[in-house]
Design a binder for this molecule. Structure first.
Ligand code: GAR
Length: 200
């Protein structure tokens, strides 16, 4: 059984989608071991508790980035986590954490990377005027929104879109895309060639 840990800061809809997928066997041989939040009031944390998932809260306030990450890593290790999924975790990870879980950290970003990294990706896409955007699940390296791409899904930008309507259309794709990406990485049926993830 492979064990997943999820890091959140907010609503937790991707976390909930992964939890449901694990329960329904759509991520084979996996269990959701732990949900970690740096924000005590995160709605996703309450949702995880309702679902009976173990949770751990550790505010980043008053700690250096690495101190905070070491506290999270200790709990993830205690839970013997094989894969760390960032799901709306709105902080940069320290180089130490990224090395500690090298090629074992996934992130989801609401754009087709390398377009529109960073904050407010949906607004960036709308303002730029692209006709398609989407979401990307990638392995995390030391650069922001940068590591090898595991899965992407495209969605159209429609003429009447607002940030809210576009974000909702992307979010609906995010959930399935994340589940597929997590299943692939946990299956081990891929190899990394430079920046490319090649499915076997
Ligand atoms: C998602 O749209 C995710 O792609 C985005 O935050 C949202 C979290 O929603 N992540 C980023 O922008 C990271 N740069 P959720 O809490 O409902 O999963």
């Amino acid at each position: 059984m492979k064990r997943i840990g999820i890091l959140i800061s907010g609503r937790g809809s991707n976390m909930t989608a992964i939890a449901e997928a694990v329960r329904e066997g759509r991520i084979p041989d996996a269990e959701l071991a732990l949900v970690v939040s740096n924000v005590e009031s995160a709605a996703g944390l309450a949702r995880a508790q309702e679902l009976g998932i173990r949770t751990f809260t550790h505010s980043h306030r008053g700690y250096t980035r690495e101190e905070h990450d070491r506290a999270m890593a200790a709990e993830l290790r205690r839970c013997e986590v094989d894969l760390v999924c960032l799901a709306g975790y709105m902080r940069l990870l320290s180089p130490w954490f990224i090395r500690e879980f090298e090629n074992r950290i996934l992130n989801i970003h609401p754009s087709l990377l390398p377009s529109f990294p960073g904050l407010d990706a949906q607004k960036q896409a709308l303002d730029y005027g692209v006709k398609f955007t989407g979401c990307t699940v990638h392995l995390v390296d030391e650069e922001l929104d940068h590591g090898p791409i595991v899965k992407q899904s495209a969605v159209p930008v429609l003429s009447g879109d607002t940030v809210e309507t576009l974000s909702a259309r992307i979010l609906a794709e995010e959930h399935n895309t994340y589940i597929e990406a997590a299943a692939l990485i946990l299956s081990g049926k891929y190899r990394i060639e430079g920046r490319r993830i090649v499915e076997l």
